[in-house]
Design a protein around this ligand. Structure first.
Ligand code: FAD
Length: 508
């Protein structure tokens, strides 16, 4: 019997490591709530994690097994668990961030030292790891010179043309350790865990407050594989074919909203990709033409390809982080001088509250609070506003997103922020600064998205909303007395941002 350690792969289906372990069987499935990891997870993510773990446990129970849930340091718990089941090895799927890799190395070391064995001569336990969270592992797509890619377009061409693996088969009941044996193993390990810091249970999950985490403000969404599959299914009905035409329009809501699922692995990337193959076949056969008939120049085939390219962006940023783990807190792109970010706690607080007086920015920041999610176009706008209009360090924005997004994912979040701050790979050039008013006008012309999240502007015509910064104070007072004045002047801040970046480039 070998333990399979779930981490960011909270599913029994399409799971590479689990299927490999099940081929030898019986598998002892486990998850460890590690305080060092929980420390970095905001309330919406912790809630989503716990709900997804409950779904995972239920999936095991349906198959006559159970999920072992440990709490504490995996380097302490896993060797004891492996020892209790007389394992040859512990199996898991790889993590790619610096933090995950450091932790895994520590766990591997303690297994190799046989730290769990009570006997005088501890037995070393092997580790077997797999690439699961990605269609192409971060080392497998490189330039012809053998370097990792730093420009998406070239990465995408290779990613797109590589053959993709089929979804993994789900382990059968016979290949999983039965629930009764799991209960005995848990009792065994519990008596061995004397330190009191680490605990282990069969299928029992703590509540969010047991973990010392506050209840999130946002409403929950259906979690685990059932939630993810419902989202995928509903996306495939029609949105995937309208995706290319409408993905930048926040009010249209055509995107998949699978980001927390891909981040926690409640759905496998091969399953998602296989679904795009079905959609592609339907589009090629003309079966989606009716869905896009109201959209000018919309092409269902290229729409499916556009969605695939977003899956590739995810893997692109993942390989950037994998090869440059320090960029979680350091600029990827170095300028000659450091960027002279400002200190302005009041502006940062207004941005967080969604009270900047720039309607599309405020709508995005309030969507984040209300839903623990934000539309991609709006993420780009609020990130540009923070770094270019307020001239605040992208790390302050990243920290806020990490706390509040249910889909926070280190690689994508760092990638998105460094893109907006003009410090990342393939980043927005420093001189191309989003104008928050024209962005609002272009992508939310009827102010439908804005008024969904900014009640003070409900009932106001789109024109004054999109030109709020130009209205004189009396007109603002007459139109929407509760909505704040702009906290900065965009035109002026744009000039200041250009000067700041030129100084960083050594040009001032
Ligand atoms: P869809 O449009 O349906 O895309 C499908 C999947 O592709 C997504 O679920 C995601 O896994 C991936 N994807 C889509 N767009 C991107 C992108 N630009 N970069 C990388 N992967 C992408 N995404 C996160 O998953 N977690 C984050 O913490 C995160 N932080 C971001 C911060 C900033 C400042 C910016 C500009 C973008 C960030 N993104 C992040 C990327 C993107 O905004 C989200 O992935 C997307 O909005 C999620 O919605 P969706 O699942 O409906 O996406």
């Amino acid at each position: 019997m070998d333990p399979f350690w779930h981490r960011r792969d909270l599913r029994v289906t399409d799971n590479v490591g689990l299927s490999a372990a099940a081929d030898r069987g019986p598998v002892v499935p486990c998850f460890v709530l590690d305080d060092a990891v929980l420390e970095h997870a905001g309330p919406p993510r912790v809630r989503y994690l716990l709900a997804s773990l409950a779904e995972l446990r239920d999936a095991y129970r349906e198959r006559g097994s159970d999920l072992i849930v440990g709490r504490g340091d995996p380097a302490e718990i896993l060797p004891r668990l492996a020892d209790a089941v007389d394992a040859d090895r512990v199996v898991w799927n790889r993590g790619y961030s610096g933090l995950a890799r450091e932790r895994d190395a520590r766990v591997e070391e303690s297994l190799a030292a046989g730290d769990g064995a009570a006997a005088a001569a501890p037995e070393a336990i092997d580790v077997e790891t797999y690439h699961d969270a990605v269609l192409h592992d971060p080392d497998s797509i490189r330039t012809n010179k053998g370097d990792p890619y730093s420009v998406f377009t070239y990465y995408w061409k290779k990613w797109r043309d590589r053959e993709k693996g089929a979804p993994e088969t789900t382990p059968s009941e016979e290949t999983l350790c039965d629930a009764e044996t799991i209960a005995d193993v848990v009792a065994d390990v519990t008596s061995d865990l004397q330190s009191g810091d680490a605990t282990i249970a069969a299928g029992t999950l703590p509540t969010i407050t047991d973990l010392g985490v506050a209840e999130p403000e946002a409403d929950p969404i259906p979690a685990g594989t059932p939630g993810a599959r419902d989202r995928l299914e509903s996306f495939l009905e029609s949105d995937i074919f309208r995706y290319e035409a409408l993905r930048d329009v926040p009010a249209a809501s055509v995107t998949s909203e699978l980001s927390q699922d891909l981040s926690f692995g409640t759905i496998g990337p091969r399953e998602v990709y296989a679904a795009t193959e079905d959609a592609m076949a339907r589009a090629e056969a003309g079966g989606a033409d009716g869905i896009v008939s109201d959209l000018e120049d919309a092409d269902p085939v290229s729409s499916v390809t556009e969605f695939r390219s977003q899956l590739a962006w995810r893997e692109f940023y993942l390989q950037v982080l994998f090869h440059n783990p320090e960029t979680v807190s350091r600029n990827y792109k170095t300028y000659e001088n450091s960027i002279d970010w400002r200190e302005d706690p009041d502006a940062l607080a207004a941005w967080k509250r969604g009270e900047t007086g720039y309607p599309i920015v405020d709508a995005g920041m309030r969507q984040l609070r209300a839903e623990a999610f934000m539309h991609n176009r709006v993420r780009m706008i609020v990130a540009s506003f923070l770094t270019k209009d307020l001239l605040l360090d992208w790390r302050a924005g990243y920290a806020h997103f990490r706390e509040h997004l249910r889909d926070h994912d280190t690689a994508n979040d760092v990638g998105g922020w460094q893109w907006a701050a003009s410090t990342g790979t393939d980043a927005q050039p420093y001189f191309r600064i989003f104008n928050p008013m024209t962005q609002g006008e272009r992508y939310d012309p009827d102010a439908e998205y804005i008024t969904t999240y900014v009640p003070e502007l409900r009932g106001v015509d789109p024109d004054p909303i999109h030109s709020w910064h130009e209205l004189d104070p009396e007109r603002r007072e007459a139109v929407a007395p509760e909505y704040p004045e702009p906290i900065v002047d965009h035109a002026q801040r744009r000039e200041e941002a250009l000067a700041t970046f030129e100084a960083a480039r050594g040009e001032a």
